[in-house]
Write a protein that binds this ligand. Sequence first.
Ligand SMILES: C[S@@+](CC[C@H](N)C(=O)[O-])C[C@H]1O[C@@H](n2cnc3c(N)ncnc32)[C@H](O)[C@@H]1O
Length: 158
Amino acid sequence: MPSFIGWVPTSTDDVEGFFELAPVSTSDVVYDLGSGDGRLLFAAIEKGAGKAIGIDLDAGLVKAANEAAKQKGIQDRISFLEGDVLESDLKKATLVFCYLYPTASEALKPKIEAELKPGTRVVMESFYFHGWKENKTIQRGGKSFFLYIMPPQQDDIF
Ligand SMILES: C[S@@+](CC[C@H](N)C(=O)[O-])C[C@H]1O[C@@H](n2cnc3c(N)ncnc32)[C@H](O)[C@@H]1O
């Protein structure tokens, strides 16, 4: 069960970078691969996403995020699962957020290609998928955010 990065939360301001690239609606099922304290998914629900699923290796963060969901009264729309993103089922996702090191993107590529439905959006913070051409990129707070729409376009230069 590899850990691709420790908990480095996205700043409150940078959270908006995900939604600038991928606005949400009630039909969205949003996943965060390495969900930390759940801040990206709480924002997704606040912005109107239908459902949200977080996956993280850290049992303490998962427990705290599920407790926060209960306190907010939204536990029927959001849940946090303890586990390895490489072993999690991503088939129900319509939108995937990811803030993990490049080693993770490499390991996740075949899984993402196999499991995500056409049209599913993937937004990466800071790190891109080597060999895939992004559909859109933005800079925010000194960071880059990359949007990919499935199936991924192969980048000709690789
Ligand atoms: C950089 S933090 C991002 C947290 C959150 N997505 C955010 O943007 O605030 C990465 C998170 O991924 C988790 N993580 C690292 N490797 C993982 C793996 N293989 N499976 C599941 N979670 C993992 C870490 O425990 C950490 O909470």
